[in-house]
Design a protein around this ligand. Structure first.
Ligand code: ADP
Length: 239
Protein backbone atom coordinates (compact mmCIF):
# COMPACT_ATOMS: atom_id res chain seq x y z
CA UNK A 1 0.00 0.00 0.00
CA UNK A 2 1.56 3.31 -1.02
CA UNK A 3 0.99 6.24 1.31
CA UNK A 4 -0.38 9.59 0.28
CA UNK A 5 1.30 11.37 3.17
CA UNK A 6 3.18 14.44 2.05
CA UNK A 7 5.94 16.33 3.76
CA UNK A 8 8.98 18.46 3.18
CA UNK A 9 12.38 16.77 3.44
CA UNK A 10 14.10 18.20 6.51
CA UNK A 11 16.85 15.68 7.22
CA UNK A 12 18.68 12.88 5.52
CA UNK A 13 20.57 10.55 7.83
CA UNK A 14 22.43 7.32 7.18
CA UNK A 15 19.43 5.01 7.47
CA UNK A 16 16.40 7.25 6.99
CA UNK A 17 15.01 10.40 5.41
CA UNK A 18 12.83 12.61 7.62
CA UNK A 19 9.97 14.71 6.22
CA UNK A 20 7.99 17.33 8.12
CA UNK A 21 4.22 16.94 7.64
CA UNK A 22 3.09 19.64 10.09
CA UNK A 23 3.84 20.94 13.61
CA UNK A 24 3.00 17.57 15.11
CA UNK A 25 3.99 14.90 12.62
CA UNK A 26 6.99 13.61 10.68
CA UNK A 27 7.40 10.90 8.07
CA UNK A 28 10.43 8.67 8.45
CA UNK A 29 11.41 6.83 5.29
CA UNK A 30 13.72 3.84 5.72
CA UNK A 31 16.31 3.66 2.96
CA UNK A 32 17.14 0.58 0.91
CA UNK A 33 20.74 0.94 2.01
CA UNK A 34 23.00 -0.61 4.60
CA UNK A 35 25.84 1.32 6.19
CA UNK A 36 28.50 0.64 8.81
CA UNK A 37 31.42 2.37 10.50
CA UNK A 38 29.65 5.77 10.61
CA UNK A 39 28.80 5.51 6.94
CA UNK A 40 32.31 4.57 5.75
CA UNK A 41 30.93 1.31 4.26
CA UNK A 42 27.66 1.68 2.36
CA UNK A 43 25.75 -0.54 -0.12
CA UNK A 44 22.36 -0.61 -1.81
CA UNK A 45 20.08 -3.16 -0.19
CA UNK A 46 16.78 -3.49 -2.07
CA UNK A 47 14.00 -4.58 0.30
CA UNK A 48 15.83 -3.62 3.49
CA UNK A 49 13.88 -0.39 4.05
CA UNK A 50 10.56 -2.21 4.26
CA UNK A 51 11.95 -4.97 6.46
CA UNK A 52 13.44 -2.48 8.96
CA UNK A 53 10.24 -0.40 8.95
CA UNK A 54 8.20 -3.56 9.62
CA UNK A 55 10.50 -4.51 12.53
CA UNK A 56 10.21 -1.03 14.03
CA UNK A 57 6.42 -1.01 13.71
CA UNK A 58 6.04 -4.50 15.17
CA UNK A 59 8.32 -3.84 18.15
CA UNK A 60 6.93 -0.38 18.92
CA UNK A 61 3.38 -1.76 18.81
CA UNK A 62 4.48 -4.57 21.13
CA UNK A 63 5.94 -2.01 23.54
CA UNK A 64 2.74 0.09 23.37
CA UNK A 65 0.79 -2.93 24.65
CA UNK A 66 2.98 -2.78 27.76
CA UNK A 67 2.41 0.95 28.18
CA UNK A 68 5.75 2.16 26.78
CA UNK A 69 5.04 5.53 25.18
CA UNK A 70 6.57 5.80 21.70
CA UNK A 71 6.43 8.04 18.65
CA UNK A 72 4.77 5.64 16.19
CA UNK A 73 1.49 6.83 14.69
CA UNK A 74 1.02 4.82 11.48
CA UNK A 75 2.75 2.72 8.81
CA UNK A 76 2.24 2.79 5.05
CA UNK A 77 2.96 -0.95 4.85
CA UNK A 78 6.16 -0.18 2.97
CA UNK A 79 9.22 1.96 3.82
CA UNK A 80 7.51 4.88 5.58
CA UNK A 81 6.24 5.40 9.08
CA UNK A 82 4.34 8.38 10.43
CA UNK A 83 5.65 9.54 13.81
CA UNK A 84 5.16 12.32 16.32
CA UNK A 85 7.83 14.99 15.91
CA UNK A 86 9.86 15.33 19.11
CA UNK A 87 12.62 17.45 20.59
CA UNK A 88 15.29 14.78 20.48
CA UNK A 89 17.85 14.22 23.21
CA UNK A 90 21.16 13.79 21.32
CA UNK A 91 22.19 10.63 23.15
CA UNK A 92 22.10 6.94 22.32
CA UNK A 93 20.95 4.73 25.15
CA UNK A 94 22.43 1.24 24.91
CA UNK A 95 21.24 -1.76 26.88
CA UNK A 96 23.51 -4.79 27.00
CA UNK A 97 22.72 -8.33 28.12
CA UNK A 98 25.94 -9.92 26.85
CA UNK A 99 29.49 -8.59 26.39
CA UNK A 100 29.92 -7.55 22.77
CA UNK A 101 31.03 -4.78 20.41
CA UNK A 102 32.32 -1.53 21.88
CA UNK A 103 31.93 -2.93 25.40
CA UNK A 104 34.71 -5.45 24.66
CA UNK A 105 36.92 -2.74 23.19
CA UNK A 106 36.83 -0.72 26.39
CA UNK A 107 36.73 -3.73 28.73
CA UNK A 108 38.89 -6.48 27.21
CA UNK A 109 39.04 -8.26 30.60
CA UNK A 110 35.59 -9.73 29.99
CA UNK A 111 35.20 -12.68 27.58
CA UNK A 112 33.02 -12.09 24.49
CA UNK A 113 29.37 -13.07 24.96
CA UNK A 114 29.64 -13.31 28.76
CA UNK A 115 26.15 -12.82 30.14
CA UNK A 116 26.12 -9.85 32.52
CA UNK A 117 24.90 -10.35 36.09
CA UNK A 118 22.32 -7.66 35.28
CA UNK A 119 21.61 -5.68 32.08
CA UNK A 120 23.93 -2.69 31.62
CA UNK A 121 22.63 0.70 30.51
CA UNK A 122 25.08 3.16 29.00
CA UNK A 123 24.97 6.49 27.22
CA UNK A 124 26.77 7.73 24.12
CA UNK A 125 26.75 11.20 22.64
CA UNK A 126 25.20 11.14 19.15
CA UNK A 127 28.09 12.39 17.03
CA UNK A 128 29.43 10.68 13.89
CA UNK A 129 32.43 13.01 13.99
CA UNK A 130 33.43 11.86 17.46
CA UNK A 131 32.23 8.25 16.80
CA UNK A 132 29.47 8.38 19.42
CA UNK A 133 31.69 8.52 22.53
CA UNK A 134 30.65 6.93 25.83
CA UNK A 135 29.55 9.67 28.25
CA UNK A 136 28.68 9.72 31.94
CA UNK A 137 25.39 10.69 33.52
CA UNK A 138 27.14 13.72 35.04
CA UNK A 139 28.26 14.78 31.53
CA UNK A 140 24.63 14.63 30.37
CA UNK A 141 23.33 16.70 33.29
CA UNK A 142 26.16 19.25 33.08
CA UNK A 143 25.59 19.70 29.33
CA UNK A 144 21.92 20.38 30.09
CA UNK A 145 20.68 17.53 27.89
CA UNK A 146 18.28 16.22 30.56
CA UNK A 147 17.65 16.61 34.27
CA UNK A 148 18.64 13.84 36.68
CA UNK A 149 15.01 12.70 37.21
CA UNK A 150 14.51 12.39 33.45
CA UNK A 151 17.71 10.41 33.13
CA UNK A 152 16.51 8.06 35.88
CA UNK A 153 13.23 7.70 34.00
CA UNK A 154 15.11 6.91 30.77
CA UNK A 155 17.12 4.19 32.54
CA UNK A 156 13.94 2.69 34.00
CA UNK A 157 12.17 2.68 30.63
CA UNK A 158 15.24 1.22 28.87
CA UNK A 159 15.39 -1.68 31.36
CA UNK A 160 11.65 -2.29 31.08
CA UNK A 161 11.97 -2.36 27.27
CA UNK A 162 14.80 -4.86 27.66
CA UNK A 163 12.60 -7.15 29.78
CA UNK A 164 9.75 -7.03 27.27
CA UNK A 165 11.96 -7.56 24.22
CA UNK A 166 14.17 -10.22 25.80
CA UNK A 167 11.12 -12.25 26.87
CA UNK A 168 9.63 -11.97 23.40
CA UNK A 169 12.89 -12.97 21.70
CA UNK A 170 13.36 -15.95 24.01
CA UNK A 171 9.82 -17.13 23.22
CA UNK A 172 10.88 -17.15 19.55
CA UNK A 173 14.18 -18.97 20.15
CA UNK A 174 16.27 -15.80 19.74
CA UNK A 175 18.89 -14.12 21.92
CA UNK A 176 18.82 -10.36 22.40
CA UNK A 177 22.48 -9.38 22.88
CA UNK A 178 22.14 -5.58 23.00
CA UNK A 179 20.26 -2.67 21.44
CA UNK A 180 20.21 1.11 21.06
CA UNK A 181 17.36 3.48 21.89
CA UNK A 182 16.75 7.18 21.33
CA UNK A 183 14.34 9.36 23.26
CA UNK A 184 12.77 12.76 22.79
CA UNK A 185 10.36 15.09 24.56
CA UNK A 186 6.84 15.82 23.31
CA UNK A 187 5.20 19.27 23.62
CA UNK A 188 4.03 18.48 27.17
CA UNK A 189 7.55 17.52 28.21
CA UNK A 190 6.85 13.76 28.34
CA UNK A 191 9.66 11.36 27.51
CA UNK A 192 8.86 9.40 24.38
CA UNK A 193 10.74 6.49 22.76
CA UNK A 194 11.69 7.52 19.21
CA UNK A 195 13.70 6.54 16.15
CA UNK A 196 13.80 2.86 15.09
CA UNK A 197 14.07 -0.65 16.49
CA UNK A 198 15.45 -2.97 13.85
CA UNK A 199 18.34 -5.19 12.90
CA UNK A 200 20.29 -1.94 12.42
CA UNK A 201 19.97 -1.05 16.10
CA UNK A 202 19.84 -4.46 17.83
CA UNK A 203 22.05 -7.54 17.94
CA UNK A 204 19.91 -10.64 17.72
CA UNK A 205 21.24 -14.19 17.47
CA UNK A 206 19.75 -17.51 16.51
CA UNK A 207 21.95 -20.40 17.66
CA UNK A 208 24.91 -18.01 17.75
CA UNK A 209 24.25 -16.71 14.21
CA UNK A 210 23.56 -12.99 13.64
CA UNK A 211 20.26 -11.83 12.16
CA UNK A 212 21.32 -8.17 12.35
CA UNK A 213 23.65 -5.59 10.82
CA UNK A 214 26.69 -7.09 12.55
CA UNK A 215 26.89 -9.32 9.45
CA UNK A 216 27.64 -6.26 7.33
CA UNK A 217 30.22 -4.93 9.81
CA UNK A 218 31.97 -8.29 9.46
CA UNK A 219 32.09 -8.11 5.66
CA UNK A 220 28.87 -9.84 4.52
CA UNK A 221 27.09 -8.40 1.49
CA UNK A 222 23.98 -6.20 1.54
CA UNK A 223 22.04 -9.15 0.11
CA UNK A 224 23.08 -11.31 3.09
CA UNK A 225 21.75 -8.57 5.39
CA UNK A 226 18.41 -8.46 3.56
CA UNK A 227 18.12 -12.28 3.80
CA UNK A 228 18.93 -12.15 7.53
CA UNK A 229 16.26 -9.46 8.09
CA UNK A 230 13.74 -11.60 6.19
CA UNK A 231 14.59 -14.51 8.45
CA UNK A 232 14.32 -12.30 11.55
CA UNK A 233 10.87 -11.16 10.46
CA UNK A 234 9.72 -14.73 9.85
CA UNK A 235 10.99 -15.83 13.25
CA UNK A 236 9.47 -12.84 15.04
CA UNK A 237 6.13 -13.40 13.34
CA UNK A 238 6.28 -10.10 11.40
CA UNK A 239 4.48 -9.96 8.05
P1 ADP B 1 21.50 9.30 11.72
O1 ADP B 1 21.17 10.74 11.99
O2 ADP B 1 22.13 8.63 12.91
O3 ADP B 1 22.22 9.04 10.44
P2 ADP B 1 18.92 8.28 10.74
O4 ADP B 1 19.31 8.09 9.33
O5 ADP B 1 18.23 7.15 11.41
O6 ADP B 1 20.10 8.55 11.73
O7 ADP B 1 18.03 9.60 10.81
C1 ADP B 1 16.91 9.73 11.58
C2 ADP B 1 17.00 10.98 12.43
O8 ADP B 1 15.72 11.30 12.96
C3 ADP B 1 17.94 10.80 13.64
O9 ADP B 1 18.74 11.95 13.76
C4 ADP B 1 16.97 10.66 14.82
O10 ADP B 1 17.54 11.13 16.03
C5 ADP B 1 15.81 11.52 14.36
N1 ADP B 1 14.50 11.16 14.95
C6 ADP B 1 14.03 9.93 15.21
N2 ADP B 1 12.77 9.96 15.70
C7 ADP B 1 12.42 11.27 15.75
C8 ADP B 1 11.23 11.98 16.18
N3 ADP B 1 10.16 11.33 16.63
N4 ADP B 1 11.24 13.34 16.12
C9 ADP B 1 12.34 14.00 15.65
N5 ADP B 1 13.47 13.40 15.22
C10 ADP B 1 13.52 12.05 15.27
Amino acid sequence: MASNWVGELIYEGKAKRVYRVNDELLIMEFKDEVTAFDGARKERAPGKGRLAAAQTVFLMRLLSKYGIRNHLVDWDGDRKILVRGLRMIPIEVIVRNYAYGSFLKRMPLVKPMTRFSKPLVEFHLKSDELHDPLITTDDIIEAGLTRQEQLNEIMGIALRINEILSNYMVSRGLTLVDFKLEFGFDKSGNLVLADEMSGDTMRILINGRHLDKELFRRGASALDVVRAYEEMNRLLGIS
